[in-house]
Design a protein around this ligand. Structure first.
Ligand code: UD1
Ligand code: UDP
Length: 405
């Protein structure tokens, strides 16, 4: 029998991280032929992940341009994907998440009348401009897709409310937790300075990552002012901020921190280093989607730098707080955690609302079941209750020599 051909489309850093565990499993599964196509909407940030997880693409459309527009990404991806899909004629196209690559991948497949499986389906804020353009990308993907891999029960409920049939939805957990389980190591040694000189005694580490399109401009400036004020108010803290490659982000953030003795603005970190840094952070401030999912697993409190989130599970579990982008509120929420041990302890709990490390396996099994290659569907992911201790977190969470570059 000919193997079932699955074409996976990946464009950006988070898609690659979240697809890596699934791609590995698809490759290993008898009866499946897995083909990876990159749009390369990201370049360096994507290549970092490919090399870490040893992902070898069959196609690389290499579409990234400096300061690209949404229209340009969509048009270039659609053009290239049409050729790949015509040539490969897969039985299933997989897309992940909510980027413009994801949407273009689903649309290109629809134009070829190919069925689409959507990994990380059903996340919603209910606000079409936040996050922009991701909220609309994922809604359009839901309309196009045949198979919906919802990471949580809440995501499944969002899809049901939009009229998607329950038999097409599988609750799988998020594959980002599968990836995280392979990267965090208590004895990890950072390969590069200044992280190489990290020691787990001394200062408290604030880890910042902000890049969302809707935060560019005044909201991102307010975030920077708030974090700068935290550094001033708490001399035992230091900041590590791996800055996204987007030049619009760089223009905004560098002037705020340049020359500050306790602020380290770095190039985007390879995911192995980033995950291990997260595990050692005292507090994470971010507008990233993936980091909001990873931090609860590591038991590190997160201040979410957004007005709304499509990932409310961590807020409900008490390990994340939605701060918005107003300077005073970010400062107030973070300084309370830096000052009040009890408030901090209440948030620094390991919770696993997003996954148990077996999401890729469930997605693979759901695909096999859908194509009648397996008799039963996978059992849905059920989160465990939160625990007081964070098991995978290295002992200590502070830095020494942090003010020395
Ligand atoms: C994209 C996704 C966003 C996701 C984010 C993850 C869209 C519209 N946005 O946003 O959902 O959260 O990726 O990081 O799909 N650049 C480089 N090298 C890189 C990557 C980016 O130089 O490796 C620069 C380029 O100038 C590029 C710009 O960053 O034009 C913006 O990249 P783009 O993919 O358009 O948007 P992101 O903000 O990265
Ligand atoms: N990440 C990384 N290096 C960094 C910052 C983040 O590898 O310097 C990882 C992070 O652990 C998470 C993913 O990138 O798995 C999140 O990607 P991003 O924030 O770019 O996109 P989003 O999740 O917001 O779509």
């Amino acid at each position: 029998m000919k193997p079932l051909k699955i074409l996976s489309i990946v464009g950006t850093r988070p898609e690659a991280i979240k697809m890596a565990p699934l791609l590995r499993l698809l490759e290993e599964t008898e009866g499946l032929a897995s083909v990876l196509c990159l749009t390369a909407q990201h370049r360096e940030m994507l290549d970092q992940v490919l090399s870490l997880f040893r992902l070898v693409p069959a196609y690389d459309l290499d579409i990234m341009q400096p300061e690209q527009t949404l229209t340009a990404i969509t048009a270039r991806a659609l053009e290239g994907l049409e050729q790949v899909m015509r040539r490969e004629q897969p039985q299933l196209v997989l897309v992940q998440g909510d980027t413009t690559t994801t949407f273009a991948g689903a649309l290109a497949a629809f134009y070829q009348r190919l069925p689409v499986g959507h990994v990380e389906a059903g996340l919603r804020t209910g606000d079409k401009y936040a996050p922009f353009p991701e909220e609309i990308n994922r809604r359009l993907n839901s309309v196009i897709s045949e198979l919906h891999f919802a990471p949580t029960a809440l995501a499944r409920d969002n899809l049901l409310q939009e009229g998607i049939g329950s038999r097409a939805i599988y609750v799988t957990g998020n594959t980002v937790i599968d990836a995280l389980k392979t990267t965090v190591q208590p004895a990890f040694v950072f390969p590069q300075p200044p992280l190489r000189d990290l020691e787990l005694k001394g200062r408290r580490l604030l880890l910042l990552e902000t890049h969302r399109r809707e935060n560019l401009g005044p909201p991102m400036e307010a975030i920077c002012r708030a974090v700068l004020a935290l550094l001033e108010a708490f001399p035992d803290t230091c900041l590590v901020f791996p800055v996204h490659k987007n030049p619009a982000v760089r223009r905004t953030v560098y002037p705020y921190f340049q020359g500050h003795p306790r602020a380290f603005l770095l190039e985007p970190l390879d995911t192995l280093s980033f995950h291990n840094l997260m595990a050692r952070a005292f507090l994470i401030l971010t507008d990233s989607g993936g980091i909001q999912e990873e931090a609860p697993h590591l038991g590190v409190p997160v201040i979410v730098l957004r007005e709304v989130t499509e990932r409310p599970e961590a807020v409900e579990a008490g390990t994340a707080v939605l701060a918005g982008t107003e300077e005073g509120r970010i400062f107030a929420l973070a300084s309370r955690l830096l000052r009040d041990r009890q408030a901090y302890a209440a948030m620094a709990r390991a919770a696993n609302p997003y996954g148990d490390g077996r999401a890729a396996e469930r997605i693979r099994d759901a695909i096999l079941y859908h194509f009648s290659l397996k008799e039963a569907p996978p059992a849905p992911f059920l989160p465990r209750r939160s625990s007081a201790a964070a098991p995978s977190r290295p002992a200590g969470n502070v830095l020494k020599n942090c003010n020395q570059p």
